[in-house]
Design a binder for this molecule. Structure first.
Ligand code: NAD
Ligand code: USQ
Length: 387
């Protein structure tokens, strides 16, 4: 297959590009390096040092003989997107290329507008490029489990059979997301479903849970192939942050009571899910949705799992929740699509001990401890950022 990975310089896009290239696919990567510019804006850096994209691809080619073509540009520029899709002529486009932090989107008006403009317009340009260049291209789009929120009913895979006043229909599952970032994903999903319906495009929307981990079998072949690992309160995700806090001897920052429950997934399972979705494409006209998680647990259980696995003393602290979210709720996510395609999940407790604690120990001196404390307040329309 020829696979174009949008956002291929990011935390998940880079290891996915390597995983697919290693499996024999012809891979191209598109990125504007927007994520690297957020580091400068926030005054932080990935815990694990990362090389520029051209170094990464050169090292991969030296080691494997496999070339990854790179295209540097902005998905918000529609002409650029059409040009790349025409030149690379992919069978599959995997779309990771969005602003992906909920706290970043909630800083203030400018950051909310940037997030929705970047994500919604970029995705719309991708849909137009596919429709104009080759409608048979399969779009594999990274959505998020948080699109659904925490409804008091089972969460189905994207669609819901509804009976109302004696009539029935199959509707998109109702969404109640928790940030302007998560809302941008809902808007994307609606635009994709519409494009499948009107132009007959084929798409898989992967509603993925919170990812943890930093290593895949490909990224560990050379330190220069490492992917990023974020720990700060804006871009760091909960499990990665808890691991870093445990190693540094800082208390694990459980927001509120910690009863809020989320789906989680190991980075090695993320890249494999993308491969599985790509080799088993949606049908023409089909808007297929998979929920992409391997375990679900409350934030309190996540903290306990990290504390139990860590070979030392760990303190857990309940801090005032900067977000607006339910912390006592029903949560039952249907998750059948990807296991039916053959996914065999990794489990959190093993990954912590075998991979995550040693990585953090190796790079602990790079942590800016002040960046660990949450600064973005959901209830404020203009949060103060501490640097
Ligand atoms: P990331 O920020 O590390 O990577 C995203 C990449 O996309 C970056 O390299 C960035 O420069 C690029 N990008 C963003 N906007 C762009 C644009 N307009 N043009 C070109 N490139 C652009 O994020 P990630 O953690 O790798 O997440 C990738 C995707 O997966 C996102 O869409 C995110 O919403 C989704 N996701 C992530 C997680 C997680 O826990 N990390 C969980 C669920 C879903
Ligand atoms: N949380 C804590 N303590 C922390 C950090 C977070 O208790 O130090 C809590 C949050 O309040 C939230 C949960 O942990 O309830 C998850 O927070 P997160 O920052 O790990 O994840 P989130 O903001 O939801 O976003 C991340 C990724 C995003 C992806 C999403 C998947 O940044 O790109 O879409 O996970 S999901 O949550 O399933 O929508």
């Amino acid at each position: 297959m020829r696979v174009l990975v949008l956002g291929g310089d990011g935390y998940l896009g880079w290891p996915t590009a390597l995983h697919l290239s290693d499996g024999g696919d012809e891979v191209g990567v598109v990125d504007s390096f927007l994520r690297r510019s957020y580091d400068e804006e926030m005054g932080v850096d990935s815990l694990v040092p990362i090389e520029p994209l051209e170094v990464r691809t050169a090292v991969w080619e030296q080691l494997t003989g496999r070339r990854i073509e790179t295209f540097v540009g902005d998905l918000v520029d529609g002409d650029f997107v059409v040009d790349v899709v025409r030149r690379f002529a992919p069978d599959t486009i995997v779309h990771f290329g969005e602003q992906r932090s909920a706290p970043y989107s909630m800083i203030d008006r400018a950051h909310a507008v940037h997030t929705q403009h970047n994500n919604v317009i970029g995705n719309l340009n991708v849909l137009y490029a596919i429709a104009e260049v080759d409608p048979s291209i399969h779009l594999v789009k990274l959505g998020t489990l948080g699109e659904y929120g925490t409804p008091n009913i089972d969460i189905e895979e994207g669609w819901l059979d509804v009976e109302h006043n004696g009539r029935t229909d199959r509707m998109l599952f109702p969404k109640k997301p928790g940030s302007f970032y998560h809302l941008s994903k809902v808007h994307d999903s609606h635009n994709i479903e519409f494009a499948c319906r009107i132009w007959g495009l084929r798409a898989t929307d992967l509603n993925q849970g919170v990812v943890y981990g930093q290593q895949t079998p490909q990224t560990t072949r050379d330190p220069r192939l490492a992917t990023r690992f974020d720990y700060d309160a804006v871009f760091g995700t909960v499990l990665n942050r808890f691991v870093i806090q445990a190693v540094l001897g800082e208390p694990l920052s459980v927001y509120g009571s910690g009863g809020q429950t989320r789906g989680v997934i190991d980075i090695r399972d993320t890249v494999e899910c993308i491969r599985l979705a790509s080799v088993h494409p949606a049908e023409p006209g089909e808007f297929r949705v998979f929920n992409q998680l391997t375990e679900s647990m409350s934030v309190h259980e996540m903290a306990k799992t990290v504390a139990d696995a860590f070979p030392g003393v760990v303190e857990v602290e309940n801090v005032a929740n900067p977000r607006v979210e339910a912390d006592q709720h029903y949560y039952n996510v249907t998750f059948t699509g990807l296991p039916s395609l053959g996914l065999e999940p990794h489990l959190l407790s093993r990954t912590l001990i075998e991979s995550l604690f040693p990585i953090v120990e190796r790079h602990r001196d790079r942590v800016h401890r002040t960046a660990l404390a949450p600064t973005v307040q959901w209830r404020s329309t203009a949060s103060e950022l501490r640097r």
